[in-house]
Design a protein around this ligand. Structure first.
Ligand SMILES: Nc1ncnc2c1ncn2[C@@H]1O[C@H](COP(=O)(O)OP(=O)(O)OP(=O)(O)O)[C@@H](O)[C@H]1O
Length: 305
């Protein structure tokens, strides 16, 4: 499969003292949805600015479709920012036209492309309204229309479903799948595990400016979350003794908590464990082998905080 993006040994600091990105290397195949995950402050937005050519990396290279980031290459990229980039004095239609012109569409192309983009997000009938009169979900959809009006080969979407109701969220996710089906490559940044699991065929996780790992969801699950975990939170003043944990694979232990592995098919063991430790444990938490657990094991942080 042809490569859309090659990001090689990219580093960056806003000042000399603090390195925000450290030697980031990954690549993305064309036509897939790649999920970029990381806790708050990990460096995702900074990396996106570099991928868009808005920040110059201190070291390393970014190549889109095998080329350096020239103006021509940049016009193959669409960007849907997390903070809505809309002009509230203009109608929805004029917003889309504006971004189309900004991204190099000619006056001959603009009419049809604007119509196509507004149709795509289901806002053509509402095109004469200003975005201030739109619901949160409609604003998000207009933001997407502005980012894709020039029919880019790749679209970077930063949290495109934040703050929208479930129905609008589903419409947005369906639109993203439709874009992917038409051959567009998508870089998808989100803190919503279920969205990433639904959409993304491969993922990269960054924390503290470092690219921790990447791969398909199946690869990450088998490498970093091969089994469920049960977290035991001890009752105040209680302590566990040797026999209490017999037969269990302890993953991590502190004064007040113990994490044990719960391999596939051993869910019944949870009941046995609960009976055995009933007076010593105030809370049992079951964490299935999912992306949330991969993320937690790698970063020690929750995906959404
Ligand atoms: N303009 C800036 N000047 C100085 N430091 C910055 C600037 N923008 C971001 N940073 C710092 O760079 C680090 C990475 O921030 P960045 O916004 O890239 O993270 P993020 O992963 O996008 O976080 P979030 O999920 O909260 O959006 C943080 O420590 C942040 O404080």
């Amino acid at each position: 499969m042809a490569t859309a993006l090659e990001c090689t040994n990219v580093s960056f600091g806003y000042d000399r003292k603090h390195q925000v990105l450290d030697d980031i290397t990954f690549s993305i195949d064309q036509g897939q949805i790649f999920g970029l995950l990381g806790p708050n402050g990990a460096g995702k937005s900074t990396l996106v600015k570099i991928l868009l050519g808005l920040n110059k990396p201190g070291g390393g290279t970014v190549r889109w479709f095998g080329e350096e980031l020239t103006t021509r290459a940049r016009r193959r990229i669409g960007y849907v920012p997390q903070d809505l980039a809309l002009l509230y004095d203009l109608s929805a239609e004029d917003n889309v036209r504006f971004f189309g012109r900004l991204n190099g569409l000619s006056s001959g192309q603009i009419k049809a492309r604007t119509r196509a983009a507004l149709d795509f997000v289901g806002l053509w009938a509402e095109r004469k309204k200003q975005p201030g009169s739109y619901s949160g979900g409609m604003k998000r959809r207009l933001n997407i229309a502005c980012g894709i009006v020039h029919e880019p080969d790749v679209v970077i979407m930063d949290e495109p479903t934040v703050g929208v109701d479930p129905q609008s969220r589903n419409r947005i996710l369906e639109a993203i799948e439709e874009l992917r089906d038409s051959g567009t490559t998508i870089i998808y940044i989100s803190h919503y595990m279920e969205e990433v699991e639904r959409l993304c065929s491969s993922l990269g996780i960054i924390d503290d400016g470092t690219y921790l790992c990447g791969g398909t969801l199946e690869e990450l699950l088998s490498d970093y979350a091969p089994e469920a975990i049960v977290n035991l939170e001890l009752t105040q003043g209680a302590s566990l003794h040797g026999d209490d944990l017999t037969g269990l694979q302890v993953l991590e232990r502190t004064d007040r908590t113990v994490s044990v592995a719960m391999p596939d098919g051993h869910l019944d063991d949870m009941g046995v464990l609960a009976d055995r430790l009933d007076d010593k444990v105030q809370r049992f938490t079951y964490i299935p082998p999912n992306l949330e657990q991969v993320f937690f094991r790698l970063t020690r942080k929750a995906l959404r905080d």
